[in-house]
Design a protein around this ligand. Structure first.
Ligand code: ADP
Ligand code: TRP
Length: 322
């Protein structure tokens, strides 16, 4: 049995980058409850969200969003990271097998330091907690966007180092990245849509606000008549996420021919995006009226995940002698 596992931080509402880069793969890979483990990484979010109410709200919203987008509790196990205390215990054990240099090279920490900001130990050791998340469930495959590959490399290094000291204990996980959507561009034309750049469109954003954002997507100022290359154009890339192959093909031809306005493309994109998520939007509406049901799903998920976690942690402790 292959175990698929991934986590997503409840640091705000999910955007198109999160959906196409990660969440869509979670849903495509789900099959049986025991095979697909997905969790809401609230312990990781503590490195940035410092309000009790906000963290609770975000965590619940994340569960609602994931379920509305098609995560099916009969085909996957959905849980909240902190409901499995074993993860923090494993994190400590793994820290003793993690060289400082490995963490110093990690981008989240490096970027913050480069900006002259002070980082806390939580941010510095963030990849070790992520390694614990993955190794605690004997995970084989980790669906993520491109920016998380480095963290999975760290996980493999740490697992390898532990295995070297104490004998074969951990399974080596592999990242699962879908190349076409590995990096969704932002509204400002930056190559990555990210909360930290403020260039996102949220999946369930109010439709009017969403349309306004789409109409504001940064484009170049070349004259309308001029032929344009679609590849690498952020608006074209965003359009192709929602459009059919034929629609994408047609737009590519239009770009190459020239003689079109970006405004029309943006209007079409707004309609495509609205339709694409219309069913999920309706499902979210329905689910949000049943909070107890959502909480039950998370509780059942935690129970399933915890069983596996206890088994693996027992093996780890036995192998290292604590
Ligand atoms: P953000 O950068 O907005 O804070 P996160 O780091 O919380 O997003 O990312 C959550 C998941 O979504 C990760 O698996 C990440 O790889 C994926 N992801 C985030 N932004 C993008 C993007 N622009 N393109 C593809 N995947 C993305
Ligand atoms: N660090 C990931 C992110 O920011 C979230 C995450 C935490 C994760 N633990 C994980 C992803 C384990 C995959 C596996 O997106």
């Amino acid at each position: 049995m292959q175990r698929i596992l991934s986590g997503i931080q409840p640091t705000g509402r999910f955007h198109w980058g999160n959906y196409f880069g990660a969440i869509r793969q979670y849903i495509a890979l789900q099959g049986q409850r025991e095979n697909a483990f997905y969790f809401i990484a609230n312990l990781h979010a503590l490195t940035t969200v410092r309000s009790k109410q906000q963290l609770a709200r975000n965590t619940f919203d994340a569960a609602l969003d994931l379920l509305a987008l098609g995560l099916d509790p009969n085909k996957a196990t959905l849980f909240v990271q902190s409901d499995i205390p074993e993860v923090s215990e494993l994190c400590w054990i793994l820290m003793t097998a993690t060289p400082m240099g490995l963490l110093e090279r990690c981008h989240a920490y490096k970027d913050k330091k480069a900006k002259g900001l002070t980082a806390d130990a939580g941010l510095f050791t963030y990849p070790v907690l992520m390694a614990a998340d993955i190794l605690l469930y004997d995970s084989n495959l980790v669906p993520v966007g491109e920016d998380q590959i480095q963290h999975i490399e760290v996980c493999r290094d740490v697992a390898g180092s532990f295995n070297h000291h104490f004998g074969e204990t951990f399974i080596m996980p592999k990242p699962y990245v879908v190349q076409d959507t590995a990096k969704v561009p932002g509204l400002d034309g930056k190559d990555k849509m990210s909360k930290s750049y403020g260039n996102t469109v949220e999946v369930f954003e109010d439709l009017k606000a969403q349309k306004k954002k789409i109409m504001g997507i940064t484009t170049d100022s070349r004259p309308m008549e001029e032929p344009k290359e679609p590849a690498g154009d952020p608006l074209f890339t965003l359009y192709s996420l929602f459009a059919s192959k034929e629609q994408t093909q047609t737009l590519a031809e239009t770009y190459r021919r020239g003689g079109f306005g970006y405004g029309g493309v943006k209007k079409d994109l707004a309609v495509l995006a609205e339709n694409y998520f219309a069913e999920a939007r309706a499902r979210r509406e329905e689910l949000s009226a049943k909070p107890a049901e959502v909480r039950d799903i998370l509780a059942a998920g935690a129970q399933t995940a915890r069983k596996k976690a206890a088994e693996v942690l027992r093996r780890v402790k036995e192998n290292c002698g604590v």
